[in-house]
Design a protein around this ligand. Structure first.
Ligand SMILES: C[S@@+](CC[C@H](N)C(=O)[O-])C[C@H]1O[C@@H](n2cnc3c(N)ncnc32)[C@H](O)[C@@H]1O
Length: 188
Protein backbone atom coordinates (compact mmCIF):
# COMPACT_ATOMS: atom_id res chain seq x y z
CA UNK A 1 0.00 0.00 0.00
CA UNK A 2 2.96 2.35 0.70
CA UNK A 3 4.02 2.44 -2.95
CA UNK A 4 0.42 2.99 -4.07
CA UNK A 5 0.08 5.86 -1.57
CA UNK A 6 3.24 7.47 -2.89
CA UNK A 7 1.97 7.33 -6.47
CA UNK A 8 -1.30 9.05 -5.50
CA UNK A 9 0.54 11.71 -3.48
CA UNK A 10 2.92 12.22 -6.41
CA UNK A 11 0.00 12.59 -8.86
CA UNK A 12 -1.59 15.16 -6.52
CA UNK A 13 1.64 17.16 -6.43
CA UNK A 14 1.83 17.13 -10.23
CA UNK A 15 -1.79 18.24 -10.76
CA UNK A 16 -2.17 21.28 -8.49
CA UNK A 17 -5.83 21.68 -7.53
CA UNK A 18 -5.79 25.46 -8.04
CA UNK A 19 -5.35 24.94 -11.80
CA UNK A 20 -8.76 23.22 -11.88
CA UNK A 21 -10.74 25.88 -10.00
CA UNK A 22 -12.58 29.00 -11.17
CA UNK A 23 -10.43 32.10 -10.43
CA UNK A 24 -12.52 33.17 -7.40
CA UNK A 25 -12.00 29.76 -5.75
CA UNK A 26 -8.24 29.48 -6.25
CA UNK A 27 -7.34 31.13 -2.94
CA UNK A 28 -9.21 28.26 -1.22
CA UNK A 29 -7.39 25.49 -3.12
CA UNK A 30 -5.55 24.34 0.02
CA UNK A 31 -8.76 23.81 2.02
CA UNK A 32 -9.71 20.16 2.51
CA UNK A 33 -13.34 20.60 1.49
CA UNK A 34 -15.36 20.55 -1.74
CA UNK A 35 -15.27 23.86 -3.63
CA UNK A 36 -17.95 25.25 -5.96
CA UNK A 37 -17.47 25.03 -9.74
CA UNK A 38 -20.63 26.20 -11.54
CA UNK A 39 -24.16 24.87 -12.06
CA UNK A 40 -24.29 23.62 -8.46
CA UNK A 41 -21.40 21.20 -9.04
CA UNK A 42 -18.22 20.90 -7.01
CA UNK A 43 -14.54 20.10 -7.16
CA UNK A 44 -14.30 17.24 -4.64
CA UNK A 45 -12.57 17.31 -1.25
CA UNK A 46 -8.85 16.45 -1.74
CA UNK A 47 -8.69 13.85 1.06
CA UNK A 48 -11.71 12.06 -0.45
CA UNK A 49 -10.18 12.17 -3.94
CA UNK A 50 -6.92 10.70 -2.57
CA UNK A 51 -8.82 7.96 -0.76
CA UNK A 52 -10.82 7.06 -3.87
CA UNK A 53 -7.67 6.93 -6.01
CA UNK A 54 -5.97 4.67 -3.45
CA UNK A 55 -8.98 2.36 -3.48
CA UNK A 56 -8.89 2.34 -7.27
CA UNK A 57 -5.24 1.15 -7.20
CA UNK A 58 -4.48 2.39 -10.72
CA UNK A 59 -1.64 0.62 -12.55
CA UNK A 60 0.49 2.22 -15.23
CA UNK A 61 -0.85 1.51 -18.71
CA UNK A 62 -4.48 1.12 -17.57
CA UNK A 63 -7.50 2.41 -19.48
CA UNK A 64 -9.55 4.51 -17.07
CA UNK A 65 -13.04 6.01 -17.20
CA UNK A 66 -13.73 9.10 -15.05
CA UNK A 67 -17.50 9.58 -14.70
CA UNK A 68 -18.26 13.13 -13.51
CA UNK A 69 -15.08 14.82 -14.75
CA UNK A 70 -16.27 18.27 -13.55
CA UNK A 71 -13.18 20.49 -13.36
CA UNK A 72 -11.00 17.83 -15.02
CA UNK A 73 -8.92 17.41 -11.86
CA UNK A 74 -9.62 13.72 -11.34
CA UNK A 75 -9.16 13.11 -15.09
CA UNK A 76 -5.63 14.57 -14.88
CA UNK A 77 -4.84 12.76 -11.61
CA UNK A 78 -5.82 9.50 -13.32
CA UNK A 79 -3.68 10.50 -16.33
CA UNK A 80 -0.61 10.81 -14.10
CA UNK A 81 -1.37 7.41 -12.55
CA UNK A 82 -1.88 5.53 -15.85
CA UNK A 83 1.03 7.36 -17.58
CA UNK A 84 1.46 7.87 -21.34
CA UNK A 85 1.00 4.15 -22.07
CA UNK A 86 -2.53 4.33 -20.62
CA UNK A 87 -5.64 6.32 -21.49
CA UNK A 88 -8.28 8.28 -19.58
CA UNK A 89 -11.74 9.23 -20.77
CA UNK A 90 -13.48 11.83 -18.60
CA UNK A 91 -17.25 12.16 -19.04
CA UNK A 92 -19.28 15.14 -17.89
CA UNK A 93 -23.00 15.97 -18.18
CA UNK A 94 -22.97 19.80 -17.78
CA UNK A 95 -21.93 21.30 -21.16
CA UNK A 96 -20.17 24.32 -19.55
CA UNK A 97 -18.12 21.94 -17.39
CA UNK A 98 -17.25 19.80 -20.42
CA UNK A 99 -15.66 23.00 -21.82
CA UNK A 100 -14.09 24.09 -18.51
CA UNK A 101 -12.80 20.64 -17.54
CA UNK A 102 -11.76 19.88 -21.13
CA UNK A 103 -9.69 23.08 -21.30
CA UNK A 104 -8.06 22.31 -17.94
CA UNK A 105 -7.15 18.79 -19.11
CA UNK A 106 -5.81 20.11 -22.43
CA UNK A 107 -3.61 22.59 -20.53
CA UNK A 108 -2.22 19.89 -18.24
CA UNK A 109 0.06 18.31 -20.87
CA UNK A 110 -1.38 14.79 -20.69
CA UNK A 111 -2.57 14.10 -24.27
CA UNK A 112 -3.58 10.52 -23.33
CA UNK A 113 -6.50 12.00 -21.32
CA UNK A 114 -9.58 13.83 -22.61
CA UNK A 115 -13.00 15.05 -21.48
CA UNK A 116 -16.12 14.40 -23.54
CA UNK A 117 -19.81 15.10 -23.07
CA UNK A 118 -21.70 12.27 -21.38
CA UNK A 119 -24.36 10.88 -23.68
CA UNK A 120 -27.89 11.57 -22.52
CA UNK A 121 -29.56 8.37 -21.33
CA UNK A 122 -26.34 6.31 -21.31
CA UNK A 123 -24.20 5.95 -18.21
CA UNK A 124 -20.49 5.61 -18.95
CA UNK A 125 -19.35 4.76 -22.48
CA UNK A 126 -20.34 1.17 -23.33
CA UNK A 127 -19.00 1.56 -26.89
CA UNK A 128 -15.45 2.04 -25.54
CA UNK A 129 -15.64 -0.53 -22.74
CA UNK A 130 -14.09 -2.45 -21.11
CA UNK A 131 -12.15 -0.14 -18.78
CA UNK A 132 -9.52 -1.40 -16.33
CA UNK A 133 -10.52 1.27 -13.81
CA UNK A 134 -13.73 3.31 -13.38
CA UNK A 135 -13.97 6.26 -10.98
CA UNK A 136 -17.35 7.86 -10.30
CA UNK A 137 -17.43 11.22 -8.49
CA UNK A 138 -21.21 11.56 -8.07
CA UNK A 139 -23.56 9.64 -5.75
CA UNK A 140 -25.70 6.85 -7.24
CA UNK A 141 -28.87 5.59 -5.53
CA UNK A 142 -27.88 2.01 -6.25
CA UNK A 143 -24.91 0.31 -7.88
CA UNK A 144 -25.43 0.84 -11.64
CA UNK A 145 -25.28 -2.51 -13.46
CA UNK A 146 -24.37 -0.72 -16.70
CA UNK A 147 -21.11 0.55 -15.14
CA UNK A 148 -20.22 -2.84 -13.67
CA UNK A 149 -20.76 -4.23 -17.17
CA UNK A 150 -18.13 -1.77 -18.51
CA UNK A 151 -15.46 -3.11 -16.15
CA UNK A 152 -12.63 -5.22 -17.56
CA UNK A 153 -11.69 -8.54 -15.97
CA UNK A 154 -9.69 -7.88 -13.86
CA UNK A 155 -10.99 -4.40 -13.08
CA UNK A 156 -11.90 -2.04 -10.25
CA UNK A 157 -14.79 0.45 -9.92
CA UNK A 158 -14.96 3.00 -7.09
CA UNK A 159 -18.33 4.71 -6.70
CA UNK A 160 -20.33 6.37 -3.91
CA UNK A 161 -23.73 4.68 -3.57
CA UNK A 162 -26.49 5.72 -1.16
CA UNK A 163 -24.05 7.43 1.22
CA UNK A 164 -21.36 4.72 1.24
CA UNK A 165 -18.19 4.34 -0.83
CA UNK A 166 -18.20 1.07 -2.78
CA UNK A 167 -15.19 -0.75 -4.19
CA UNK A 168 -16.33 -3.15 -6.86
CA UNK A 169 -13.81 -5.63 -8.23
CA UNK A 170 -14.19 -7.94 -11.18
CA UNK A 171 -11.88 -10.94 -11.15
CA UNK A 172 -13.79 -13.94 -12.42
CA UNK A 173 -16.89 -12.88 -10.48
CA UNK A 174 -17.91 -9.48 -9.13
CA UNK A 175 -17.20 -8.60 -5.51
CA UNK A 176 -18.59 -5.49 -3.75
CA UNK A 177 -16.99 -4.00 -0.64
CA UNK A 178 -18.88 -1.27 1.27
CA UNK A 179 -16.61 1.30 2.91
CA UNK A 180 -17.03 4.65 4.71
CA UNK A 181 -19.76 7.29 4.57
CA UNK A 182 -19.47 10.22 2.14
CA UNK A 183 -21.48 13.03 0.56
CA UNK A 184 -21.49 13.80 -3.15
CA UNK A 185 -23.59 15.62 -5.72
CA UNK A 186 -26.07 13.18 -7.29
CA UNK A 187 -25.28 10.98 -10.28
CA UNK A 188 -27.92 11.77 -12.88
C1 LIG B 1 -18.28 16.22 -7.55
S1 LIG B 1 -18.50 16.81 -9.18
C2 LIG B 1 -16.97 16.87 -10.03
C3 LIG B 1 -15.78 16.17 -9.46
C4 LIG B 1 -14.66 16.11 -10.47
N1 LIG B 1 -14.18 14.76 -10.55
C5 LIG B 1 -13.56 17.09 -10.16
O1 LIG B 1 -12.43 16.65 -9.90
O2 LIG B 1 -13.80 18.29 -10.26
C6 LIG B 1 -19.36 15.47 -9.99
C7 LIG B 1 -19.70 15.74 -11.44
O3 LIG B 1 -20.47 14.64 -11.94
C8 LIG B 1 -21.26 15.13 -12.99
N2 LIG B 1 -22.26 14.09 -13.32
C9 LIG B 1 -23.38 13.74 -12.64
N3 LIG B 1 -23.98 12.69 -13.25
C10 LIG B 1 -23.21 12.37 -14.34
C11 LIG B 1 -23.30 11.37 -15.37
N4 LIG B 1 -24.31 10.49 -15.42
N5 LIG B 1 -22.32 11.33 -16.31
C12 LIG B 1 -21.29 12.21 -16.28
N6 LIG B 1 -21.16 13.18 -15.34
C13 LIG B 1 -22.11 13.26 -14.37
C14 LIG B 1 -21.80 16.45 -12.43
O4 LIG B 1 -22.27 17.31 -13.44
C15 LIG B 1 -20.56 16.99 -11.70
O5 LIG B 1 -19.84 17.88 -12.49
Amino acid sequence: MGAVDDRVADAMRRAARKNFLPPDQRPSAGADRPLPLSHGQTNSQPSTVAEMLRLLDVPEGASALDVGAGSGWTTVLLAHLVGPSGSVLGLELVPELVDFGGANVAAAGVPWARVEAAEAGALGRPAQAPFDRILVSAMARELPDELVAQLADPGVLVIPVAGRMLRVTRGGGVEVRRLGYYRFVPLR
